[in-house]
Write a protein that binds this ligand. Structure first.
Ligand code: SAM
Length: 162
C-alpha cells in the first residue's frame, strides 16, 4: 500500500470512528474534548456534527486554518499532561466524548504518552463516555470497543467508560 493510500485510509478511519462516537453519545449529556488542534480538521468536523456541545480544545499552540480556530475561552494552551489536571479538577465526570489525536509514528513515544495521559483523562469522562484516539490505551476500567464497519483493526481506537 502506498503512503498516500495509507494516509487516506487513516483519515477515513478517523472520520468513521468520530461519526460513530457522535451517534453513540447522542443521549449522553456532556462536553467534548479535542486533544490536538493541529490544522483544525477534526475540530471543524466535531463542531459541525455537534453544534450544541461545548468543545474544549487542547494543544501546545494554535496553528490551525484561520476558519478552524476555537474561541479563546475554549482553547487550553500548553502541554496537555500539564493542563489536563487543572481542567479535570473543574470538569469531573463532565465529558461525554474525548478525541485524542496526539500520537506520532513513534510507537514507544505513543505508549508513553498513553500511559501518562490515561489517568489524567479518567476523572473527566462521564459514565458511558467515549474515547476516540489515534493511540492505543491499556487502561483498566475502559472497555475497548470494536472498530466501526470498514475500519481495520489497529488503525484507530475506541473505548468506553462503563
Ligand atoms: N486533529 C488535528 C487535525 O485534524 O487537524 C491534527 C492534530 S496533530 C496530528 C497533533 C497535534 O497535537 C499537534 O498540533 C501538536 O502540537 C499537538 N500535541 C502533541 N502532543 C501534545 C501535548 N503533549 N500537549 C499538547 N499538544 C500536543
Amino acid at each position: 500500500m502506498s503512503r498516500l493510500d495509507s494516509f487516506i485510509r487513516r483519515m477515513q478511519a478517523q472520520r468513521a470512528c468520530l461519526d460513530w462516537a457522535v451517534r453513540a453519545i447522542a443521549g449522553l449529556p456532556g462536553d467534548v474534548l479535542e486533544l490536538g488542534l493541529g490544522n483544525g480538521r477534526t475540530y471543524d468536523h466535531l463542531r459541525e456534527k455537534m453544534p450544541d456541545r461545548a468543545i474544549w480544545v487542547f494543544d501546545r499552540r494554535v496553528a490551525a486554518h484561520p476558519g478552524c480556530i476555537p474561541p479563546t475561552d475554549r482553547m487550553v494552551l500548553g502541554d496537555v499532561l500539564q493542563t489536563m489536571p487543572v481542567f479535570a479538577a473543574a470538569h469531573r465526570d463532565g465529558v461525554a466524548l474525548i478525541h485524542a489525536d496526539l500520537g506520532t509514528g513513534d510507537d514507544a513515544a505513543n505508549r508513553g504518552l498513553a500511559a501518562a495521559l490515561a489517568p489524567l483523562l479518567a476523572p473527566v469522562l462521564a459514565p458511558g463516555g467515549i474515547i476516540v484516539a489515534n493511540i492505543g490505551f491499556d487502561t483498566p476500567g475502559w472497555e475497548e470497543l470494536p472498530e466501526p464497519d470498514g475500519v481495520s483493526a489497529g488503525r484507530y481506537y475506541l473505548y468506553r467508560r462503563p
